[in-house]
Design a binder for this molecule. Structure first.
Ligand code: ATP
Ligand code: MG
Length: 318
């Protein structure tokens, strides 16, 4: 599959009174047309910053984001505005993302008023279709306001709002983390279904590996602003090669193991990340070289990339 988005050596730093926060430190990957790429990592690993930087919602310190013929980090505000409908984002808190004073019909139509060039049919028809796609009936919900809906329904409305613009890529930042488990499954099914029926490309961020496993074609693991591993989902879950990925998997709910921070402590501060491999301070396998040399991602076979000096290769795996 061809790449729809190509992120190249992206760097995002936040200057703060306490120093520079190294939130994203040289991240490269591509997003292929029609795939769902899952991005996973614990709190503070830079997942939201990465998405926001790709979408130019936060300033980029370095690197490039290629989308079609465009390089997003060098576009003017107006040029970027023209592309926004293509690249839509769903966030964690659906209620906060919906203006409480607007009706559902107004909320879903809002983007079409901002980007009239996206009205290929009529606004009403596209609102109806957007709501249809998330199993909501405009005749039943169109005149109601967000507060009369549950969290799951609000997330559906937020998704309908994005879909009304006929986007090409849907960026989902923890879209189900605030929802009840039973509702989570329904929203995940919905996202999977939309990908198929609307030929959407999805970038799906979560700290929950179970959720990522459920939706992703490929999985990318972030740790303190760097990529540890990037692999087809099946391979990743069958044979994770980075020690951090293994730790994450062993700490996943249902594994019967203690959460990862109870095993190896809290992650270091992004104000002063470790030299060399950023995971080395928690890594059971760390050697001298890990403190001096940054491990570059390399392909251990079948597009399975691992950034580790001592990856767990299938032949030596226990
Ligand atoms: P979570 O799972 O908690 O959502 P995340 O992986 O999305 O975490 P980010 O929110 O991207 O992580 O944060 C990465 C780092 O950047 C963290 O150390 C965070 O404290 C810091 N950070 C995020 N936003 C800002 C900001 N606006 N100003 C300063 N630091 C920030
Ligand atoms: Mg986040």
């Amino acid at each position: 599959r061809t790449a729809l988005l190509r992120i190249d050596d992206l760097v995002v730093e936040y200057p703060t009174a306490g120093g520079t926060i190294h939130a994203v430190s040289g991240v490269s990957f591509d997003v292929r047309r029609g795939e769902t790429l899952g991005i996973v990592g614990e709190s503070g690993s830079g997942k939201s910053t990465l998405l926001r930087a790709v979408l130019r919602l936060t300033p980029v310190t370095g690197g490039a984001v290629h989308y079609g013929d465009h390089e997003l980090t060098s576009l003017t505000g107006e040029e970027m505005r023209q592309l926004r409908p293509d690249l839509q984002m769903i966030i964690q808190d659906p209620i906060a993302s919906l203006n409480p004073r607007r009706t559902v019909r107004e909320l879903v139509a809002e983007g079409l008023r901002i980007w009239p060039q996206r009205v290929t049919d009529t606004v009403d028809e596209q609102v109806r279709r957007g709501l249809d796609a998330v199993s909501l009936d405009v005749d039943l919900v169109g005149d109601r306001r967000p507060k009369s809906f549950s969290g799951g329904q609000c997330q559906r409305i937020a998704i309908a709002r994005a879909l009304a613009l006929q986007p090409r890529v849907l960026f989902c930042d923890e879209p189900v983390s605030a929802l009840d488990v039973s509702v989570q499954a329904r929203i995940l099914n919905l996202i999977r279904e939309l990908r198929r029926t609307l030929d959407l490309t999805v970038v799906f961020v979560s700290h929950d590996l179970g959720v990522v496993k459920n939706v992703s074609d490929r999985v990318m693991v972030l740790y303190l602003g760097r990529v540890c591993e990037l692999a087809p989902a099946e391979q990743f879950f069958a044979a994770p090669a980075h020690p951090y990925s293994r730790l994450l998997l062993s700490a996943a709910p249902g594994s019967g193991q203690a959460p990862e921070h109870e095993q190896t402590g809290e992650p270091p501060s992004p104000l002063d990340p470790p030299s060399g491999c950023r995971f080395r301070s928690r890594c059971p396998q760390a050697q001298e070289i890990c403190a001096t040399d940054v491990p570059e991602p390399r392909d251990i076979g079948n597009n399975h990339f691992v950034a580790c000096h001592f990856p767990l290769l299938p032949t030596v795996r226990d």
